[in-house]
Write a protein of this length. Structure first.
Length: 130
């Protein structure tokens, strides 16, 4: 599953170092992905819905849910993993993992939280090539 990420703010934000120079690839396959793409655009990212050759460097956003094994009759916690990978090399340039049960069910609200977390983590990471 590919997706994109955004934050709540009044206007475009500076793109974090590890994501600087990338166009983000976010196919609009679900309400969550559409909300993430919108939030990223609002924050100054160039977002497109498909990988194209010959353009600027691109990074694909993808996510998956991992559920830990149950403990007795208690289900294990579920974690939402979001990764941003360079489409040329496959190198992860940004990542975040969040407990799924603490995220809202509403796709737009979930996208805002995931985006805030992903961008905060990306700001902590060194820029690519440094």
């Amino acid at each position: 599953m590919l997706l994109a990420v955004g934050c709540a703010s009044g206007g475009p934000m500076a793109v974090p170092g590890s994501l600087k120079g990338y166009q983000l690839v976010v196919p609009p396959e679900s309400p969550f992905q559409k909300a993430l793409a919108s939030a990223l655009k609002h924050r100054g990212f160039k977002v497109r819905d498909a990988i194209r050759g010959g353009g600027r460097p691109a990074a694909a956003l993808f996510s998956y849910v991992f559920r830990e094994p149950p403990t007795g009759k208690v289900p294990g916690p579920a974690w939402l993993h979001v990764r941003v990978a360079d489409t040329r090399s496959g190198v992860i340039v940004a990542a975040v993992t969040l407990p799924l049960d603490s995220l809202p069910a509403d796709p737009a609200r979930r996208a805002e939280i995931v985006a805030d977390s992903l961008l905060a983590r990306a700001r902590e990471a060194p820029a690519a090539g440094s």
